[in-house]
Design a protein around this ligand. Structure first.
Ligand code: SF4
Length: 273
């Protein structure tokens, strides 16, 4: 179905090993607004370029229609960064959420968004469309931001995106992901967790950084499963609502979605009385 409508799913693009398991379980990750990103993060395999304002105006309807036909339970909507568009793609992203929910009010929508350069109005457009989970990745600890991410991204800016979501609507769940194995220290990871809790971030995931091609950043360390377990326990003790941590954890991995589905449904029941 996705292939028929020429939609890009992150699962297919990244040849993710968990794809069969997730799709069978009613989860899929869809990448909006094309396959060319205006940013150039040094860990990411997505093509960098200038899409020159080109956007499929019918994409929100196509995505929503596909989802309504597939009886999916949990959708992760993500996108490349679109610094070339006047609103950085925020209204297109928001319209997609609304259209999905209009055609299928049960599906849980998690968005994994760009930073919108921290622009509150653009973030508000998305929050107002009521995604169930709002994810934005800090990716790594503060010291390594410049060597890992595009220069336009930044630690404080990403924290501010998550903080702004909670300020606008405290009932939205916020989520972020950290890649380990880039040369970060334990103290730096701990400080990141404290910073995330400080802005009310609900969910954190840890995964191993894997070098996509020899041109990308080298892996500094393969973190042991025991260490991932240590970070899971540490974050849980800090009262994150949910923590996923393991070498193969992707920010959109199904285990997390399964758990988040339980929480979101509970919240929906209590809101509906
Ligand atoms: S902004 Fe996202 S999609 Fe673009 S290069 Fe960075 S990680 Fe990849």
């Amino acid at each position: 179905m996705f292939g028929d409508l020429k939609l890009a799913t992150v699962c297919q693009e990244a040849r993710c090993p968990n794809m069969g398991e997730c799709w069978d379980g009613g989860t899929a990750t869809i990448m909006l607004m094309g396959e060319i990103c205006t940013r150039g993060c040094k860990f990411c395999h997505v093509k960098t370029g200038n899409p020159k304002g080109v956007l499929d105006p019918l994409e929100p309807e196509k995505v929503a229609y596909s989802i309504s036909q597939m009886s999916l339970e949990y959708i992760v909507l993500t996108s490349v960064d679109r610094d070339d568009l006047p609103d950085q793609g925020s209204s297109h992203f928001a319209r997609t959420i609304r259209t999905i929910k209009k055609l299928d009010s049960h599906v849980i929508v998690e968005v994994l968004t760009p930073d919108f350069r921290g622009d509150r109005e653009l973030i508000q457009l998305l929050v107002d469309a009521k995604p169930d989970v709002f994810a934005h990745n800090v990716e790594t600890v503060e010291r390594l931001q410049k060597s890992v991410r595009d220069p336009r991204a930044g630690y404080q800016q990403s924290l501010d995106v998550l903080k702004t979501v909670k300020e606008i609507d405290p009932t939205r769940y916020t989520k972020t992901s950290l890649m380990l194995g880039l040369g970060e220290t334990d103290e730096e990871i701990l400080q990141t967790l404290k910073d995330l809790r400080g802005i009310g971030c609900d969910v954190v995931t840890f995964g191993q950084y894997l070098q996509p091609t020899p041109r990308h950043l080298k892996v500094q360390e393969f973190v042991t499963p025991e260490k991932f377990e240590y970070w899971k326990k540490t974050a849980e003790a800090m009262d994150f609502v949910y923590v996923a941590s393991g070498p193969l954890v992707r920010s959109s991995y199904r285990a997390g979605e399964f758990f988040m589905k339980g929480i979101v449904e509970k919240q929906r029941r209590s809101t509906n009385g």
